[in-house]
Design a protein around this ligand. Structure first.
Ligand code: AHR
Length: 635
């Protein structure tokens, strides 16, 4: 925030401290809209190593040597004089995993393979790690696998191969490090003779949930998401149709999944694929909102359009997915789901067609997808993609088409400045109540320098008050992107930052968490006296607020955002019910420049009991805070 704001508000605060500046009138007898359980969700895309090097527990980078470019990425190979090695594909492990490392010993000798993971592998003392690899060839000898910290071996195990290895076979070792280290390497020492083919070299903590890192999973659980949008984002589109995401490549045994070039500039294993995604949604209690390619690659820069014939395949992919997710176990894809361990259907209710697509060609394709999906799955709701912009000609044309063609849900993406967000909290007041619903599938406040600071989060919180008030129109909203592996990211700001062994939530994370945990079931009518003012072309309020009611806990939930450097005192008057004397207060507070880090969480929710409440009380909302008051309603 500029110095100008700071000085202006400081001056105002000196004049106004102690006085009641606003009246908040809450009328319990006037309620609506009901707030859908889906409202606050997660957008999960493998960007910033969110999956590979992130939520997916695999610690080895480039485990299957499939990469078209940067073939040895993650690996260092030291060889004795008589040893040669290369990446080959004449004896593939399977048709999706064709490349492997071949090490040839012309006499008994030694070679060492080292993998550094994503800038050093973190391991914990006493935890069990499973090393596994596929081997083939006529090699005889010993393979010793070690977890090494500098020169200290923290764990080791050997595979003794007295007989020639023969055809591809999986070998595993259990390794338990003797100490915790955040910066180890996996070292594989091979001593013997003959030819050894190596593929799918893996190291994973034994304790994991469906291949997911526990600490990152906990962060997702903390968000209490109502839905989860996956796998993208631009990942859905691909740089070309060739590398666009195809769900069928992401299920089944991991060694049979295709390692693919990821739109965001690295290779992905698809180790967390569509099946794990559905399991994750189930665990989190989130409605899956899978997004599918509409037969168009990255429309902004490299649009490639599927031919009429190809488009049928893309459409069939969606139909097959729905059979996979929802079909009976005697259907082809339903039986595959059952064979993976989930005979019960997942009951997927939404699918999205496209990400940041627009214009007549997209609309034509969308129509074809919709027709085919509705014919077989009339109850599945289809999300229509908006363009990358959230205003302007493309955006308006997309909305016109969506309305004229009875689109059910329109996916909007808003990456805007905090100032824009503060000035547009009433955006959805103006939306047609009878038109398409909105999925705000991606949004974030982008400060100058794109910092994940409190100023950005305050603006997001203010914007969300408008979203909640309009949750008859906006039925889903998800911050984007979700994860950032520090040092391995392509995009900031993000919701959750992590490295190999630590994780922290940004201020935006805690805003999302506080809003999701204090959602309420219905909006309660409220009015706050405020004087709007204009500055630098934007229209601001002093406070932003929304009031909801949680039927189960019988609590009125008052959220007030004060983004400015001045405390504001509000006279709260409640009509239509009686509130108890004691309630709860949850606050997030800080300096606008504050950021969280591994070492310090400056912005985290603080909760306390407040007393002395009744149907009319005064409350001071401190400068630069998000406040939630939970007021118990008397029987
Ligand atoms: O969230 C990051 C990217 O932003 C998404 O992949 C894309 O949809 C948007 O442009």
């Amino acid at each position: 925030m500029s110095k100008f704001f700071a000085v202006l508000f400081l001056a105002l605060s000196i004049l106004l401290v102690g006085e009641v500046q606003h009246v908040l009138t809450i009328d319990f007898s006037q309620q609506g809209p009901e707030i859908p359980e889906t409202l606050h969700g997660i957008f999960f895309e493998d960007i910033n190593h969110a999956v590979d090097g992130g939520l997916y527990v695999e610690l080895v980078r480039n485990r299957s040597f499939e990469q078209e470019t940067r073939r040895y990425e993650g690996w260092r190979i030291e060889r004795g004089n008589s040893v040669k090695s290369s990446i080959e594909e004449t004896h593939p492990l399977n048709e999706n995993n064709t490349r492997y490392l071949e090490v040839r010993f012309s006499e008994t000798d030694r070679a060492t393979l080292t993998n550094l993971g994503y800038g050093g592998i973190a391991v914990f003392q006493g935890q069990e790690y499973i090393f596994s690899t596929y081997l083939s060839g006529d090699f005889t000898g010993t393979i010793t696998t070690m977890i090494v910290d500098d020169d200290e071996v923290l764990a080791s195990g050997s595979i003794l191969l007295y007989q020639p290895v023969g055809d591809w076979r999986k070998y595993t070792l259990n390794l338990i490090p003797t100490k915790t280290s955040t910066d180890t390497r996996l070292s594989i020492s091979i001593q013997g003779s003959g030819t050894l083919r190596i593929d799918m070299v893996s190291l994973m903590p034994k304790r994991n949930w469906n291949g997911m890192r526990e600490d990152l999973l906990e962060m997702l659980e903390g968000l209490k998401p109502g839905f989860m949008r996956f796998p993208g984002g631009c990942l859905v589109q691909g740089n070309t149709l060739e590398n666009a995401y195809r769900w069928k490549e992401s299920i089944g045994p991991v060694e049979q999944r295709k390692t693919k070039w990821n739109f965001w500039g690295y290779y992905q294993t698809l180790g967390i694929g569509f099946y794990e995604y559905l399991l994750l949604c189930e665990k989190l209690g989130a409605e899956p909102v899978p997004i599918f390619n509409p037969g168009i690659s990255f429309q902004i820069e490299s649009p490639e359009y599927a031919s009429e014939e190809e488009l049928k395949e893309w459409i069939q992919d969606v139909l097959d997915f729905l059979e996979f997710a929802n079909g009976a176990t005697d259907t082809y894809w339903g039986s595959i789901r059952a064979s993976l361990g989930h005979p019960e259907p997942f009951n997927v209710k939404y699918v999205g067609v496209g990400n940041e697509n627009w214009g007549p060609k997209y609309w034509e394709n969308f129509e074809k997808f919709r027709k085919a999906i509705k014919e077989r799955y009339p109850d599945v709701k289809i999300v229509f993609s908006g363009p990358p912009s959230y205003e302007g000609t493309d955006f308006r044309q997309a909305w016109r088409w969506a309305k004229e063609n009875n689109v059910e849900i329109f996916d909007e993406h808003i990456y805007a400045s905090p100032e824009w967000m503060l000035a547009n909290t009433d955006r959805y007041n103006r939306y047609d109540r009878n038109g398409p619903k909105v999925m705000l599938g991606e949004y974030a406040a982008h400060t100058d320098g794109r910092r994940n600071n409190w100023w950005a989060a305050l603006a997001e919180a203010a914007f969300l008050t408008g979203v909640v008030k309009n949750s008859d129109v906006v039925i889903m909203a998800s911050y984007a992107p979700l994860f950032n592996r520090v040092g391995w990211s392509q995009w900031v700001p993000d919701l959750i930052w992590f490295d190999g062994y630590r994780v922290f939530g940004t201020p935006s994370y805690y805003v999302q968490k506080v809003f999701a945990e204090n959602r309420g079931d219905v909006v309660v009518h409220s009015e706050l006296t405020d004087e709007e003012y204009r500055m630098f072309g934007y229209r601001y309020k002093h406070l932003y607020h929304v009031v909801t009611y949680d039927e189960k806990s019988r609590e009125l939930i008052v959220k007030v955002i004060n983004p400015w450097p001045e405390d504001r005192t509000v006279q709260v008057n409640i009509k239509g019910i009686t509130v108890e004397e004691t309630g709860r207060e949850i606050t997030l507070a800080g300096d606008p420049k504050d950021e969280n880090s591994f070492d310090e969480l400056k912005i985290v929710p603080k909760e306390r009991i407040i007393t002395g409440l009744n149907n009319s009380f005064e409350y001071t909302f401190k400068a630069q805070t998000v406040t939630v008051l939970r007021l118990k309603v008397k029987e």
